[in-house]
Each structure stands twice: as structure tokens, then as C-alpha cells.
Design a protein around this ligand. Sequence first.
Ligand SMILES: [Zn+2]
Ligand SMILES: [Zn+2]
Length: 257
Amino acid sequence: MAIDLVLRRDWHARAPHGDYTQLDSTKGVKVHYTGGRVEPGILADHAGCVSLVQSVQGYHMDGNGWIDIGYSFVACPHRKVFEGRGLHHLPAANGAGLNSGHYAVLGLVGNAGLVEPPDGLLNGILDAVEYVRERGKAGKEIKGHRDGYSTDCPGEPLYAWVKRGAPRPGGGGGGPEVPTAPPFPGRLLKYPPVMQGEDVRTWQQQMKVRGWEIEVDGAYGSGSRDVCRRFQRSVSIEDDGIVGPTTWRLSWEAPLP
Ligand SMILES: [Zn+2]
Ligand SMILES: [Zn+2]
């Protein structure tokens, strides 16, 4: 799968306050986490990832006085990779003296809230790693921020993964992945009456991805209910047309026919 890049203009990045320092090549990549709390709600809402990246940039520019966000790239749970400083630009996040050695890649997990990196995030980090190897003259190393610098970053779960050699989730080195459903929104999606919300939209989008003909409009009406019933029959569960925890989970995790 090719890298799913979110370019700076797509996340409405602020322009840098100065010129980047050119970076010809690196030994590889250092992996980072946010170090703060990451709202688990971003799992079901990519717009939350965008806001978080914007706030990290603001903190680095206004708080640290850096010319730009300190990271080269940022991977989110949806396997999207935000362009930070990008290719061939010196990052700032690795610590003084350590930036020319490695590109800096942030994974959107923290030390509270969303702590365990979802598979999509690990794949996103690896997509960024492959991208900087192919396009940015990066070497083979994958290390943690704490390697050579006094910090907890990138947190235990991410660092343990780095120490295991940063394997692709699901094993088999790029083989088919086992998809995981985002957390159940906590209310039953049903009709009538029509229910509106981002949770409805998330589920509709997933059904569309699975090949169902469905309007992705965030409104659970008769069309959504009918798709739900047919989907439930296809996975041999009760066809009540209500998206509860089981139907929600199977919408992501049931094997495609
Ligand atoms: Zn770090
Ligand atoms: Zn995202």
C-alpha cells in the first residue's frame, strides 16, 4: 500500500518562520510520541488527528520558538501520514545535535488516553519510514527518541515495538492485516426516527468501503437500516437492522466475502 500523505496545505499548516536547514541523508528514523494525553476519540474521528497536529505545530512554533513543527512526519491511527518538515529538511524534535542523524516521525499516541498504538498507526509510521528511505536518502535505522537522549519518548508500547524491530502489524511482513473496529460509539444506531451523528457517518463510510451501496450522510434512515439488515444476514447474525456492539465490530472485522 502506498503512503497516504496529508500534505501541509491539506492540514492547513502554518508557513515556517524561517528557512529549513538542508538535510542530504540520514542514518534512518527516530520514532516519537506526543508525551501528553491523546483523546481516544480520534480513533473514530480523523478530524481530531488534524486538530492535534495543528496544535503540536502551534506549541512548537509559539512555545518552543521553533521555525515549524519539529517532526518530519506524523502518523495517525488511520494510517495517514502528515507532512511535517518533510523530506531533506532538518527536524528539531530529536534533541540538539541529534537532528541531522535521523528523520523524526511522531505517532499520535501519548502517555494518557490513547497509549497503545493501533495497527493503523504502526503501519503509518512504517509507510513514512519507507517513504524517507525511498525519497529522502534515509538509512535503515529505526530508533526511539530515547536512544541517545534523556526522555521517556516514545513511551513504552511504541518503544517496545521499535525494539522488536518495528514489524508490520499482523506479521508476515506486509501480508494481509486483521482489521480492528474503532471503539463502539456507545449508543445503538437505529431507525425510526432518523439518527444523526459522526458515529453514523463512520459506520456508513465503513459499509461503503465494504462495497455496500449506501449514502454517507451521517443520517441513519431506512436506507442505512436496510443495508444493516442485509449485512447482518451476510454475517449470520440476527437481522434487526440495529447497529449494536456486535454489528459495529463485525462491520470492520468480519472477513470480506
Ligand atoms: Zn520524542
Ligand atoms: Zn487520523
